[in-house]
Design a protein around this ligand. Sequence first.
Ligand code: SF4
Ligand code: SF4
Length: 112
Amino acid sequence: MATFITEECINCGACEPECPNTAIYAGGVEWDLSGEKHPPISNDFYYIVPDKCTECVGHHEQEQCAAVCPVDCCIPDPNHAEAEEALFARAVKLNPELAGLELSAATSRFRK
Ligand code: SF4
Ligand code: SF4
């Protein structure tokens, strides 16, 4: 399930443009994947779509939403831990140009 946003969110919107997978949406906004629309996961706060979040694996050294959030409410979901391999497979599915990328400390928080 990767990263999720707690109810501490103050709806500042800082995280949304930072996500390399467009996995973050404002409360009440439908999310989309491959052109298909889905109902919002939260109506009150910004939310992260688990099927689109890769914990930034494949793109950055750490979760970009967590890096910019002023109230530190983007956290790993302790109940849904995922391995780097699964997260990278998702990243490639969402961003086919990443196929063949050698993960490093710059592109995976697991390599620190
Ligand atoms: S951890 Fe990365 S991929 Fe997941 S929602 Fe945050 S910015 Fe997007
Ligand atoms: S940066 Fe943090 S407080 Fe701001 S919208 Fe995103 S999760 Fe909410």
